[in-house]
Write a protein that binds this ligand. Sequence first.
Ligand code: ATP
Ligand code: MG
Length: 298
Amino acid sequence: MSRILRPVSGNGGGGAARRPAKNEMGVRSHRKFRSPSWKMGGVICVVRDITARKEVEEEIRKLNEDLERHALELSVANKELEAFSYSVSHDLRTPLTRIYSAGQALQEEYAACLDETGRFFVRTICEASEHMEELIDALMVLSRVTSKEMRDEEVDLSGLAREIAAELQLTQTDRQVEFVLNPGIKANGDEQLLRVALENLLENAWKYTRQVPIARIEFGVIEHHGRKVYFVRDNGAGFDMRDADKLFIPFQRLHHSKDFPGTGVGLATVQRIIYRHCGRVWGEGEVCKGATFYFTLK
Ligand SMILES: Nc1ncnc2c1ncn2[C@@H]1O[C@H](COP(=O)(O)OP(=O)(O)OP(=O)(O)O)[C@@H](O)[C@H]1O
Ligand SMILES: [Mg+2]
């Protein structure tokens, strides 16, 4: 057939596919032909139903639109939340300073006029204001970490860990802590943010090993499924893995303030930083045996 039938150029011929209307069966190709004797002729049409493909394309377009809208809504909500927490933190500071100053004045200048119960109440006011100031500071760090413009640079994580460890040792020179900081660990990311993340993880390791006679704190990296996983490990108080889902929730604490003071915002800050680097962070622990916090970066 192909030998005796020749395609004819001209109107509608030449094999060009007509663009089908929406939901119409697509005419993939059609050709006019004649026999060499010019007696026989006709048109061959190859028709393919592309309704399903069109429907899928439409579905994908709608999903993309939805995704774009959600991303926009999320970014607007995020900005509002940042502005809100920043202004709350700022505006809370002024009345708090006044409460604290009044409490201090009472403690210093009027202590003699108060009985033991009165002095206890004043002490409580001062301690609570101090704690609230710490909470506000922590919230400010959290909101700054979210809004800070990201830089992409090579960061010497081992160097940062060394600096932080030296600073921690200066805060309590009487403690015996063995730091095992693996050298040469580098990553790409925002140095300021990664410093804050490492500070929080190493400060935690330092804090939660304070009841251990010889504390050991390690910073290192392992390879898992071709991906670098950084970790900070300690042999301190540890925690119950059943509570692991609470670790990164702001203000959630697994230990009592009497044993280990804190605001409960440190790990939430770490999580935000790691998320901003498109990574993951998680913790593993065992009561009285220590904890390890792992994180990845993009
Ligand atoms: N290395 C660790 N060992 C044992 N428990 C830990 C460790 N790191 C964190 N945790 C637990 O997770 C909780 C949340 O940690 P996070 O750093 O957010 O708060 P924090 O240390 O209590 O206070 P801060 O905001 O001052 O850091 C802690 O209260 C503690 O119970
Ligand atoms: Mg902490």
